[in-house]
Design a protein around this ligand. Structure first.
Ligand code: GLY
Length: 424
């Protein structure tokens, strides 16, 4: 079978790597891909939002399965376009991806079906939002309704900050129409956990847990980023937490979507926070996490193409999802200055150090081929260095050792990815 992956980040590189292990796959294409993905897939210069062009390509090449990695095309309805063209595609339709595309939708869904989450109010009028904030308890969180590159949730310590956040999102439109509405939500404290789930519309199966590090600097300081590193599993996601979430979060979410006439097929990414009062859902995403995928898929035993197909065909109940009894840590190597201003185009050296090493991976996020054919930096997050180990401590030591194998000008990383495990 020929497979097409839509996306260009470290997540899509990890998905491509995993798909390449399937005996059922003869060729992989990725649109648009990057220089790392190009080592295992043919990269096609079609943008992720060019749905008709992508569907034309899939028809011409007789693609047997298309996997959508990114949020924007999913929320924009790429799956609907592919289905209308009679193409097999893995991911939720537009009316279902709204669980990520609209925080107002997802919070109202949780409220309606009793899924544990923080208390909140929604506003489509900035004046009404500010009036509500005058009598609110602080800190509080102001969230843009729509997609905002992971930067749409603003933690506000006092009224002035919250008023400014409303102004930034709703009036200055920092994220365009995503700020037409806001959710104002109670500030919850606890450890955050990411759980990615395969869904076939009826059955939901959880993958192993992971934890992201969203802030740019050590000690969770600095600005929010797309994610500076991950580890899996997280010891804080205990058997009790898993049982609670299976009973009150995962299946209830699937059932709720079904009752709303929105059968969820694809990946449901549940962002949890483990509060002193129990787990609460912080957010849903309708796709694989980045960089969670870079630590979860290297631990997965199954042929992922079989699992994708089972989801599409409504047969996920026949799959016994299994993960290795080991651990993985991913350290993101970023361009100095990220997530603000940074330079691109620096040569990357040392990539061949990963060749032939089964427990080490260098997933490319922002890379491309330079004019001389050599690989250069091409983004804020450049590489995700992942290593396996028998436990988290070993995986972390391996990942940090491997992070030194590669180099580029202005290379920047956090040095405390997975440090939380020392406290477990
Ligand atoms: N790592 C968070 C996300 O993928 O949204």
């Amino acid at each position: 079978m020929k497979v097409l992956i839509v996306g260009s980040g470290g997540r899509e590189h990890a998905i491509a790597w995993k798909i390449a292990k399937s005996l059922r796959v003869e060729k992989i294409y990725c649109a648009p891909g990057n220089a790392g993905i190009a080592q295992i897939a043919e990269c096609v210069p079609i943008g992720a939002m060019e749905f008709e062009k992508l569907a034309d390509f899939a028809k011409e090449q007789e693609i047997g399965l298309t996997v959508i990695g990114m949020d924007e095309p999913l929320v924009g309805g790429i799956v609907d376009v592919f289905e209308q063209r009679g193409l097999r595609v893995f991911g939720p339709r537009k009316d279902t991806a709204v669980i990520e595309g609209s925080k107002v939708f997802s919070k109202n869904l949780m409220k309606k079906y009793g899924i544990p989450t923080g208390a909140y109010e929604t506003f489509s009028d900035a004046g009404a939002a500010v009036k509500y904030l005058e009598t609110s308890k602080y800190p509080i969180v102001v969230k843009a309704d729509g997609l905002a590159l992971g930067k749409g949730a603003l933690i506000c310590n006092n009224f002035e900050e919250a008023r400014d956040a409303v102004r930034t999102l709703m009036l200055d439109k920092q994220f365009g129409a995503s700020g037409d509405q806001v959710v104002i939500e109670e500030f919850l404290t606890g450890r955050e956990v990411s759980v990615l789930c395969f869904c076939d519309g009826t059955t939901i199966k959880t993958m192993t847990s992971a934890q992201d590090h969203k802030r740019a600097k050590d000690g969770d300081e600095g600005l929010n980023t797309g994610g500076m590193g991950t580890f899996s599993p997280t010891p804080f996601y205990t058997k009790e937490v898993d049982e609670f979430c299976k009973k009150y979060v995962y299946q209830p979410t699937m059932d709720a979507m079904k009752k709303e006439g929105r059968d969820f097929k694809g990946i449901l990414f549940v962002g949890l926070i483990l509060t002193p009062d129990g787990p609460r859902v912080l957010e849903y995403n309708a796709r694989f996490g980045d960089p969670e995928t870079q630590v979860v898929l290297p631990r997965m035993k199954n042929d992922i193409v079989e699992v994708f197909e089972a989801c599409i065909d409504g047969k996920l109940d026949t799959i016994d999802l299994q993960f290795e009894d080991n651990a993985a840590v991913c350290v993101i190597l970023a361009s100095g200055g990220y997530p603000e201003k940074y330079e691109k185009g620096f040569g990357i050296t040392g990539l061949d150090a990963f060749d032939g090493k089964e427990d080490y991976f260098c997933f490319h996020a922002g890379s491309k081929f330079g004019a001389d054919g050599k690989i250069v930096t091409n983004g804020g997050r450049v590489l995700g260095v992942t290593a396996l180990g028998k436990d988290l401590k070993e995986a972390r030591a391996n990942a940090y050792a491997a992070a030194e194998w590669v180099d580029f000008d202005n290379k920047y990383m956090r040095h405390d990815i997975g440090k939380a495990i020392d406290e477990a």
